[in-house]
Write a protein of this length. Structure first.
Length: 342
């Protein structure tokens, strides 16, 4: 089976990872060896898991065992089988329905689904739910539409930012009250500057999220252009503390500048690859935290690629309230493995 369209990645612990394959019914399990500085060295143990449903899967996150059990009980009215404690389950977001669904990595069955607010169902074609990240305490999952919803404003364009709904969804757990849905106005940068080579419109969107806990997030933006460079990527730090909830706002987010989240650029580059997925990895020898990104080859036959980065925590605490206190992103290791077949 050809491995193509890797659009999301999640760390499963140790050297184990899972990647989402868009427009398919598969996820890819593999082991990744990192250097002491976070540079990807080797990929091994590739295995595809066939899921019970086919969708345009865009991102993946490990699902806490208690959440998986609660989701399956909800789906079957509490009467059917429950997820075993040793059974690994992942959450996948897809943008064709759209939905956030849970699937077992043991047999590929759908375990359940996370309820979405109605406004996220009105996405632009192929610009829906692109990112997914579970909070460390397992109570919430973050997601976002890649580009603005039709009611929220025009698509991101040259010299014009787009506003997407950064959404926090409560995850069910037995005996734990469900939290409330939270939506925040996240401003996506306009497409990068480029030298036009062929016809077409540039695009820019929010494609991946990483949670650091306590309302702190990393946001990966990706822009594409009909020219050179074809792609550019940016990673921002975001702290949602005190941000304005827009879940009850019907639309026109572009005109609500006061509600926009603040963000701080940590890293940006045009690597010539379409970075679409990002996840935290293990702690490194120097105390930094590994970040692993995955590039979508778009089914063009070019190599699938992993990119390694390191997340450095400041040694000296900064003033409270500064987004800079989230982290500083340093060092990128270019190309890694070629995941071309299983």
């Amino acid at each position: 089976m050809p491995v193509t369209g890797l659009s999301g990645i999640a760390w499963l612990g140790g050297d184990r990872y899972v990647a989402a394959m868009d427009n398919s019914r598969h996820v890819l399990l593999f082991r990744l060896t990192l250097s002491q500085t976070g540079k990807p060295l080797a990929v091994a143990g590739l295995r595809a898991v066939r899921l019970s449903q086919r969708h345009d899967f865009e991102d993946v996150a490990a699902c806490p065992a208690a959440v998986a059990e609660a989701l399956e009980r909800e789906r079957h009215g509490g009467t059917n089988r429950t997820v075993r404690r040793d059974e690994r389950v992942v959450l996948l977001c897809e943008e064709d329905t759209p939905a956030v669904r849970a699937f077992s990595l043991t047999d590929g069955r759908m375990v359940g689904a996370v309820a979405l607010p109605d406004n996220l169902l009105s996405r632009r074609p192929n610009r829906g739910l692109e990112s997914l990240a579970v909070e460390p305490d397992g109570r919430f999952v973050w997601t976002a539409n890649e580009e603005p919803l039709p009611a929220d404003g025009p698509p991101t364009a040259v010299a014009a930012p787009g506003i997407v709904r950064l959404t926090r969804l409560p995850l069910p757990q037995a005996g734990t009250p469900a939290g409330a849905i939270l939506q925040l106005a996240y401003p996506v940068d306009p497409p990068h500057g480029f030298l036009r080579v062929f016809a077409g419109q540039p695009l820019s969107g929010l494609v991946a999220l990483v949670t650091l806990g306590g309302g702190r997030l990393l946001a990966l933006e990706r822009s594409g252009a009909p020219g050179l460079p074809p792609f550019a990527s940016r990673i921002y730090a975001v702290d949602v503390a005190g941000a304005q909830d827009i879940s009850q706002v019907d639309g026109d987010l572009l005109g609500r500048s006061a509600a926009r989240l603040e963000k701080r650029l940590l890293w940006g580059d045009a690597l010539g690859v379409n970075l679409e997925g990002l996840c935290l990895g293990p702690w490194l020898a120097d105390g930094d935290r590994a970040l692993v990104a995955v590039a979508d080859n778009g089914g063009l036959g070019t190599p699938n690629q992993l990119v390694g980065l390191a997340l450095e925590t400041p040694a000296v605490p900064l003033r409270p309230g500064l987004v800079a206190a989230v982290a500083a992103l340093v060092a990128i290791a270019l190309v890694v493995g070629r995941l071309t077949s299983t």
